[in-house]
Design a protein. Structure first.
Ligand code: NAD
Ligand code: MN
Length: 826
């Protein structure tokens, strides 16, 4: 071939990156040991597994297969290291992390080649995307290590963190996990994915090079059934951070339920890629290439559902097919290759199976005319049209280079189609009309929304899911909270203050500064209330019995009879009946959830309006302050002065959340791109709330107020023992202009009602403040639709104290962060 031929055909020549240095590096080290306490150790089992090069199907290296004995050793090393690392000044941690970032850049070439060899992804991507983002992640989080003491006052590290990552971005997922953990002073035991361990092992060498203290990061390669299971069940692990499939995420939620381990889950997706008819179609075509053929489509946030406005669908489909013909698939180490290999034969088979199923369902499949290499695990870019929204090809995550397309007519239809999925990881919106795009973005149920761009990532901007795509964020300040806990909480756990059956057990130590409020405490029982005078109040009614009033349930703004027709007796500390409340059941919960869903106007209304209504609730509560105080005293046997102060704090707390309603704003991130990322705090949706027994009114207000201030609708189960303070609020709520359905209240057997709420697929989050057993029940049941949970594991909380009873922790639990990427320019 001469220059003229090349000029005429414009064919690519081969442009291979050499594998030799990486292969040499492997040869000198294999079989690889486990990295525990900064040393390479042989696995307890003595067994090794092959890591394959997917581009040729041949073994690349032998890595150790760890088992539970190795997990024990690694966790012990991490625990010992935590004693000092957790107290190491932020500046010192920052220096180590800065050094790690520098060394990643120094070893960038080797890392990029290793990643391409081990995973099958193209060198173009590992070199230009994975590895630079890894370095960026350590630089960015070195900064948070430096700033932790000033910017996160009152927070402590969580302790030993178990981290489990997938194979699709091996080193990048590791960086997303390790960088924030170390920045916040935690120590780590990390399990890479079975197919892709090599860059994590190179990373271990980097940690040795920079002299990171022994045991701070430990790396265990091997099989999920051995290492993963042992890690997530280990009693001395304080947190599990997982990225992977929704199915495994669900099983991890169940396995860790009730253990008190903090949990963050980054799971799967089936993300929409929405194209309006005024979009720049040439940009759209390149966008689609990046959305679904980047990394062979093995991307959790891949834009795998193309939603096109009907009038341009044919044009776009044709343009895409033309572009697909020109995609270059082949040797991952060839710098001119767009697509590499699928990670494993198993994954390849799964893609083939799902594609065949799509064809069977009647969708039309299209692939380019060129053939894939026969050696190795390759799959061509694939495009489905004529796809029905309910079919499996439109609903199931394929995790391969397979795009499905559907059409819509109006923006409303686009949003409905986009949200027609159990996932909620990401979405792209393409339109030259920025107003339209910014109107659509908040309506999409997704953690990241990319406007006229796709698959953009940066350490500064949190990434994570809505719905069954998981919970927790990685990146940004929002991601740091996954790796810290409030200091008071850490100290409380250390003291083993446990609440059983909702109320503090006498004899157990309460949190420091927490008043003893247990009803069975002798000293509070002796203040000699008799039922009637306490109710009668200011000495006016003498010994007249009160008028019997049985509060009903509160659903959709109305007081309604319980479906069961039954009520339950509420007694005072002397076991005298002081009232009846409705006995709620499954049907009542369902009605309440439906009412809460119908109250979406609340979410979309103005924050000013929400603030006004919270002030109004406070005002109406204040008018009846004495009555509420007497009711608390009557139920709990606490002195009236004590009860009065509870009401006062409740009123103040309503003011706090009225204040926060229009102030818990998002931030504008500035990643290294021309543009901005708008991090918005959005309502979660419908939150189920089980109130503590400790403070009948304050516990109720402290939970309901932040939830509704942030735009959620709630279904509340008041204290089972002392529900009358909540039911007395019906009239307060009715007279405060609160829209129907925003707050629904169901009395009855708290744990039984919680079970129904936690099982309910239309409940988006569940808060529970009761017993340890109840907490476990809620976490277990939540796995059904992967709802977010916030439970107390039976630990008490001093609701009177501002530090424990109100503030940002409550606001964060009431919101989820959506990052909207808005690039600038033509
Ligand atoms: P996977 O869930 O099979 O495995 C993920 C990790 O968990 C691996 O390390 C695996 O060994 C381990 N694991 C598997 N079963 C386990 C068990 N029972 N107990 C403990 N550990 C276990 O997922 P995968 O195939 O490696 O990755 C693909 C999936 O990951 C896709 O669903 C994708 O969407 C998702 N993903 C999500 C994100 C995100 O940030 N949301 C990023 C990348 C990938
Ligand atoms: Mn491999």
């Amino acid at each position: 071939m001469n220059v003229m031929d090349i000029f005429a055909t414009m064919e690519y020549g081969p442009a291979p990156e050499s594998a030799a240095p990486a292969l040499q590096w492997i040869k000198e080290r294999q079989p690889f040991g486990l990295f525990i306490n900064n040393q390479w150790v042989t696995p307890a089992s003595g067994q090794y597994i092959d890591s394959i090069n997917p581009a040729n199907g041949k073994p690349l290296a032998q890595v150790a297969a760890a088992n539970s004995t190795d997990v024990d050793a690694a966790v012990a090393a991490a625990r010992t290291a935590f004693e000092t690392w957790g107290k190491t000044p932020g500046h010192v941690r920052a220096r180590y992390m800065y050094a790690i970032a520098r060394h990643i850049q120094k070893h960038a070439r080797l890392l990029a080649v290793l990643e391409a060899l081990d995973n099958g992804k193209s060198i173009r991507e590992t070199r230009d995307l994975d590895i630079p983002l890894v370095a960026r992640h350590f630089y960015y989080h070195a900064g948070w290590a430096q700033l932790m003491s000033s910017e996160l006052p009152g927070y402590e590290p969580v302790g030993v963190v178990g981290q489990i990552i997938p194979w699709n971005f091996p080193l990048l997922m590791m960086a997303w996990k390790i960088a924030p953990a170390l920045a916040m002073g935690n120590t780590v035991v990390l399990k890479p994915a079975r197919y892709t361990s090599l860059t994590a092992l190179k990373f271990a060498e980097i940690m040795q090079e920079v002299g990171l203290p022994a045991g701070v990061v430990n790396i265990l390669t091997g099989e999920a059934s051995q290492v993963g299971e042992a890690l997530l069940r280990h009693p001395d692990v304080n947190k599990i951070a997982f990225t992977g499939s929704t199915d495994v995420g669900r099983s991890i939620r169940r396995a860790t339920a009730g253990s008190g381990k903090k949990l963050s889950l980054e799971l799967g997706g089936k993300s929409p890629f929405i194209v309006f008819d005024d979009a720049d179609l040439d940009s759209v075509v390149e966008g689609v290439v990046d959305a679904i053929w980047f990394n062979q489509g093995q991307v959790c946030c891949a834009g795998s559902r193309l939603l096109v406005q009907e009038d341009i669908a044919d044009t776009l489909i044709n343009k895409l097919r033309v572009r697909m013909e020109k995609l270059r698939l082949g040797d991952p180490l060839d710098k001119a290759v767009d697509m590499g290999a699928i990670v494993s034969p198993g994954q390849l088979k799964e893609i083939q199976r799902l594609v065949a199923q799509g064809v069977e369902e009647g969708a039309v499949m299209w692939q380019p005319s060129w053939a894939c290499p026969t050696e190795g695990y390759f799959y061509p870019p694939t495009f489905f049209t004529n796809v029905a929204p309910a079919t499996s090809i439109a609903q199931v995550e394929i995790f391969g280079p397979v795009l499905v397309s559907m059409t819509f007519r109006t923006p409303v239809e686009a949003v409905a189609l986009a949200n027609n999925t159990r996932y909620g990881l990401a979405a792209s919106v393409w339109s030259e009309n920025i107003n339209l795009a910014l109107d659509i973005a908040p309506r999409l149920k997704a953690g990241s929304v990319w406007i006229n761009c796709t698959n953009m990532f940066d350490a500064s901007s949190g990434f994570g899911g809505y719905r069954e795509s998981g919970f927790g964020r990685e990146g940004g300040k929002e991601g740091l909270y996954e790796y810290v806990q409030p200091a008071w909480e850490a100290q409380g756990k250390a003291q083993h203050a446990v609440v059983t059956n909702g109320a503090a057990t006498s004899g157990e130590k309460m949190f420091e500064g927490m008043q003893s409020i247990a009803p069975e405490d002798d000293d509070v029982q002796t203040n000699g209330h008799s039922a009637w005078p306490a109710n009668g109040g200011n000495g006016t009614t003498g010994l007249l019995p009160p008028i019997d009033r049985t509060p009903k349930l509160f659903i959709k703004g109305k007081q309604v009879r319980p479906d069961s027709g039954y009520s339950r007796a509420i007694v005072d500390p002397q076991q005298r009946v002081i009232g009846q409340v409705g006995e709620g059941n499954r049907k009542d919960i369902r009605n309440a959830v439906e009412a809460a869903h119908a109250a979406s106007g609340w979410t979309n209304g103005t924050t000013h309006n929400r603030a006004q209504i919270l002030y109004y609730i406070a005002e109406n509560l204040a008018i009846r302050e004495n009555e509420f105080a007497r009711r608390i005293a009557q139920q709990t046997g606490r002195p009236l002065a004590d009860a009065s102060s509870e009401v006062e704090v409740a009123i103040s707390r309503l003011f706090s959340y009225a204040a926060w309603a229009d102030k818990f704003e998002g931030v504008v991130h500035r990643p290294p791109l021309r543009g901005v990322v708008l991090a918005m705090n959005e309502a979660i949706g419908v939150i189920g709330i089980a109130c503590p027994d400790e403070y009948p009114l304050l516990g109720f207000i402290s939970l309901v107020a932040p939830a509704i201030a942030m735009g959620n609708a709630v279904v509340v189960i008041p204290s089972q023992q002392f529900p009358l303070s909540a039911t007395d609020c019906y009239q307060v709520l009715e007279t405060s202009d609160l829209p129907a359905g925003v707050v629904n209240i169901i009395t009855g057997d708290r744990d039984a009602l919680c079970q129904v709420l936690a099982d309910h697929d239309d409940v988006d989050a569940m808060w529970y403040f009761g017993s340890a057993e109840g907490s476990k029940l809620v976490e277990l049941a939540s796995a059904g639709n992967m709802k977010r949970t916030w439970v107390n594991y039976g630990y008490g909380r001093n609701w009177l104290e501002t530090e424990q009873g109100e503030g940002q922790e409550f606001l964060r639990e009431s919101t989820q962060v959506k990052n909207i990427w808005v690039p600038y320019g033509e």
